[in-house]
Design a protein around this ligand. Sequence first.
Ligand SMILES: *Cc1c(COP(=O)(O)O)cnc(C)c1O
Length: 244
Amino acid sequence: MAEQYVADSVALKERLARIQERIARACRRVGRSPDEITLIGVTKTFPISVVQAAYEAGVRHFGENRVQELVAKAAVLPGQIEGGAITWHMIGHLQRNKAKDVVAHADWLHSLDNLRLAETLERRATMAERVLPCFVQVNVSGETTKFGLEPDAVHAFLDALAPFEHLEIVGLMTLAAPAEDPEAVRPQFRLLRQLAETYNPRRNPRVRLRYLSMGMSGDFEVAIEEGATHIRLGSALFGPRLEK
Ligand SMILES: *Cc1c(COP(=O)(O)O)cnc(C)c1O
């Protein structure tokens, strides 16, 4: 068991180093600095020991797509909101009845995509006396299976978030369509960036779209070239997962 853990943590450090090189190269191609990129290790389906090994290797941002799993892991390794040294990102679809848990245990939310959810989060965040940084999720791929707002609806949605003083709208988030060739999804990333760039901040001064959460294991370099600031990496960092 101990031997296994050592072997895994060596492999993890190597994968992390290779990913950091790839991030640096992608940044260099477009004149960006790697300091602009936040690497989120997506630990869904992996045990807490993997989160701990990644922490040892220097990863400080972690993402989960199910609230229960985030809550269980945050009980061992709390995020900043609970006084910990890491940042927990809730990156998956969120049901309103789990809003309370997100407000209590997650540092950031990447999947805000409807007003009723915003209302519930606002109420919970007010009670908890905190501000929740949120990305608004957009469906740029047109796939009906994906959550997120239609691109045409994004600006009006951002306007409608004006009353929610405990939600800080920091940017837009998307999942591109799965593709063999990451070049195929470049227009989807570009569309997300354009949606952020074309929002007139005078429409809602509390919306400051300074971040873009886009890019996963198969397409993060293209996402960086198109302006990603937060990339969400699971399998590239931790190896294949046992899907639930
Ligand atoms: C699982 C997941 C990821 C990471 O996927 P990989 O392809 O393993 O990097 C990123 N974002 C979201 C929302 C996810 O659910």
